[in-house]
Design a binder for this molecule. Structure first.
Ligand SMILES: NC(=O)C1=CN([C@@H]2O[C@H](COP(=O)(O)OP(=O)(O)OC[C@H]3O[C@@H](n4cnc5c(N)ncnc54)[C@H](O)[C@@H]3O)[C@@H](O)[C@H]2O)C=CC1
Ligand SMILES: O=C(O)[C@@H]1CCC=N1
Length: 274
């Protein structure tokens, strides 16, 4: 990918994408990351060897792609301060912010921009990212390919043609690594109560998740069938699953994902009005 990419913001999510891009063979000197101070940039500079800049406008001068990776609450100020340079350069804008629609970003940058709204997740760092992408009407097919190539370098990409569905993507993948980490915490705690050492429990739980995910990915069977295959009638798994169903785990998950999507919508209203 012969493209200069500038990340505005060098925090958790930008670092995850940058790390994944470099692992996939992208040259570090084609990537620039920004933050307000050198101190904040030291981790990405030392870990990945990318260019760093504390001045956002200087950082985007030669960028083909500008990835907006700051917190949604400061996005307006950050965009407005870059408006003039972006209007001159017309790079492809990729916003990874939750709860900010493409048109709001476009307006904050002065209007008429090609904006791809992307919802990535932190496993991008290890090449197992899952990103949902939406392109506004100004995005050319070449720019669509560029955005897809960038995110495919760190995982899988799913396009949505209705931007509202990005909120569902946040619920199912953007925020979802945290759901699985919570599951690991809970399984480790429970296994310790059953007598296993914590590190043994953690290794077993994580390897089991990796195995289950890999099976689900490779198999033609549905997750429901794969689950059934583990459940011997009258056996141990059946008892565990029955307990989860009785405790309405499915409803808890559905409610949590709805709360996640609702929060994205509420943020969108708060931030685009403010
Ligand atoms: N953390 C996650 O799992 C995911 C985060 N996102 C989105 O990514 C964005 C960033 O989130 P995180 O990386 O988690 O936050 P973070 O707090 O780790 O990173 C934000 C970065 O912005 C920098 N920053 C602050 N002011 C700046 C300015 N004026 N100019 C340039 N950089 C500035 C900070 O120094 C920091 O490096 C958010 O909009 C979030 O919605 C999207 C998907 C997943
Ligand atoms: O929690 C958040 O708001 C961000 C967006 C998706 C994951 N982290």
């Amino acid at each position: 990918m012969a493209t200069n990419i500038t990340f505005i913001g060098a925090g958790n999510m930008a670092s995850a994408i940058i790390g994944g891009l470099i692992d996939s063979g992208i040259a570090p000197d084609s990537i620039t990351a920004t933050s307000p101070t050198e101190d904040m940039l030291r981790p990405v500079s030392q870990r990945f060897g990318v260019n760093t800049q504390t001045d956002n406008n200087a950082a985007i001068c030669n960028a083909d792609v500008v990835v907006l990776a700051v917190k949604p609450q400061i996005m307006r100020d950050v965009c407005e301060a870059m408006q003039e340079t972006v209007l001159q350069q017309r790079p492809l804008i990729v916003s990874i912010a939750a709860g900010l629609d493409a048109e709001t970003i476009n307006q904050w940058l002065g209007g008429g921009h090609a904006v791809v709204r992307c919802m990535p997740n932190t496993p991008s760092l290890v090449g197992y990212g899952a990103s949902g992408l939406f392109a506004n009407q100004a995005v050319t097919s070449e720019q669509r390919d560029t955005a897809a190539q960038m995110m495919e370098a760190v995982g899988i990409v799913e396009w949505v043609e209705d931007e509202a569905l990005i909120d569902a993507v946040i619920a199912v993948s953007g925020s979802a690594p945290a759901y699985f980490f919570l599951m690991f915490e809970a399984m480790e705690e429970a296994a310790v109560k059953l007598g296993l050492p914590a590190d043994t429990a953690r290794r077993l739980a994580i390897q089991t998740a990796l195995g289950a995910a890999t099976m689900a990915q490779r198999s033609e069977d549905t997750p429901a069938t794969l689950k059934q295959n583990v459940m011997s009638p009258g056996g141990t798994t059946e008892r565990a699953i029955q307990h989860m169903e009785d405790a309405e785990l499915r409803k808890t998950i559905a409610d949590a994902m709805q709360a996640c999507a609702d929060r994205a919508q509420a943020m969108s209203k708060e931030l685009s009005a403010g």
